[in-house]
Design a protein around this ligand. Structure first.
Ligand SMILES: Cc1cc2nc3c(=O)[nH]c(=O)nc-3n(C[C@H](O)[C@H](O)[C@H](O)COP(=O)(O)OP(=O)(O)OC[C@H]3O[C@@H](n4cnc5c(N)ncnc54)[C@H](O)[C@@H]3O)c2cc1C
Ligand code: SF4
Length: 331
């Protein structure tokens, strides 16, 4: 049986109380827990060994959603099942609802939150294992060791960020609000991630994600999400593709963003698409060119337990599928 390590526990009821509790602590000492669907298994595997757990479930502000001229604000504790089932999100941001609906299983979506999904720890074949397993092989850069088993000469962890919702948020230009005891700041979700699998986001100790903004400007854009996973009933993505775009008054492509997830420590935005798509008629020739650009720019690794060459071959397949989905409805 896997047990959790010893820790103290608190359940503050306001953002200010959370921030006061975590101010001045070190990132390894305190673990924030929202739904706990990722944090608790990681505790059992001794991947996190905090002295203290701060359970966010009692903070009402973090559960709130509201809409204004800037867009739809989702509190960090809004549950994935709520997002998947919300008629307004299904209508205005269908790819967000779709991505949330594809996370794990119904039970996990009922507990898992949008904030936890964004801050999800990176995953790796050599990391998401029991203490016994990792000790037998030799620990790695991400936890207690000095080498990487994926890129053996590598100095950086390349564990995969496997959040389903994050690639869609990036494609839509969503923003995230981060609070600490001194101030609140808002940044683009794209700038939230960094390319180091040990800590793959910009959160410092003392920081709390408070809400996510789905921008008004992205409402009703062409968008889609596609996920490759071993079992449709419950599994992390081994590859994911989010697309968002728009057409001009003549029906030509005005803008297109393609984000590929679950490959490395941060979702990857496919570069230099403007030259391929701008002013073109949406359709198979353009989708093929975009799919090939994504294939060229993406390099799956052995960080998840599925053949990287096969995952690489699947990149253009899933990009094409996502583009067809997104632009299927008439202009
Ligand atoms: C069997 C299984 C299958 C899964 N499949 C998928 C899948 O297909 N796709 C997918 O995306 N995820 C999957 N997950 C992971 C997880 O369930 C989801 O990502 C979920 O959204 C995490 O949310 P949570 O509220 O449970 O996060 P928690 O587990 O509570 O926290 C996750 C991380 O985020 C941090 N955190 C949480 N809230 C905040 C906040 N407000 N501010 C700062 N840091 C915060 C925590 O400290 C922790 O490091 C799976 C998990 C399991 C157990
Ligand atoms: S990518 Fe390397 S350092 Fe990172 S978790 Fe995997 S084995 Fe460890």
């Amino acid at each position: 049986m896997l047990t959790v390590p010893a820790f103290t526990w608190s359940r503050p009821t306001s953002v200010e109380a959370v921030l006061a509790e975590i101010a001045g602590t070190s990132r390894d000492d305190v673990l924030l827990v929202a739904g706990g669907t990722d944090a608790v298994p990681n505790l059992k595997h001794r991947l996190h060994e905090p002295r203290r757990i701060v359970h966010l479930a009692g903070v009402r502000e973090l559960r709130e959603t509201r809409e204004d001229e800037h867009g739809l604000h989702l509190g960090a504790l809004v549950r994935l099942s709520q997002i998947a089932g919300d008629a307004r999100i299904q209508r205005d941001y269908p790819a967000v609802a779709r991505a949330a609906s594809l996370v794990a299983s119904p039970q996990i979506r009922n507990m898992g939150t949008i904030g936890g999904n964004l801050c999800l720890d990176t995953r790796c074949t050599y990391y998401n294992q029991t203490f016994f397993w990792r000790e037998a092989l030799g620990f790695c850069l991400k936890k207690s060791g000095t080498r990487c088993h994926v890129v053996t000469q590598g100095k950086r962890c390349v564990a995969a960020h496997s959040s389903d919702v994050a690639p869609v948020l990036i494609a839509l230009g969503a923003q995230v609000e981060i609070a600490n005891a001194a101030a609140r700041r808002t940044i683009a979700v794209e700038d939230f991630f960094v390319g180091d699998g040990v800590h793959n986001n910009v959160l410092e100790s003392g920081d709390l994600v408070t809400r996510i903004l789905l921008p008004a400007a992205s409402r009703g854009r062409r968008m889609a999400y596609q996920k490759l996973r071993p079992r449709a009933a419950i599994d992390f993505p081994m590859l994911s593709v989010a697309v968002a775009g728009s057409l001009d008054a003549d029906g030509a492509i005005e803008a297109l963003t393609v984000v590929v997830g679950a490959l490395g420590a941060r979702p990857r935005t496919v570069g230099q698409l403007d030259a391929i798509v701008r002013g073109q008629a949406p359709g198979e020739p353009v989708w093929e060119a975009v799919a090939q650009a994504a294939h060229k720019q993406c390099r799956p690794l052995t960080n998840v337990p599925y053949d990287p060459d096969w995952r690489h071959d699947m990149v253009p397949v899933f990009v094409r599928r996502a583009l067809r989905d997104a632009f299927a409805r008439p202009a």
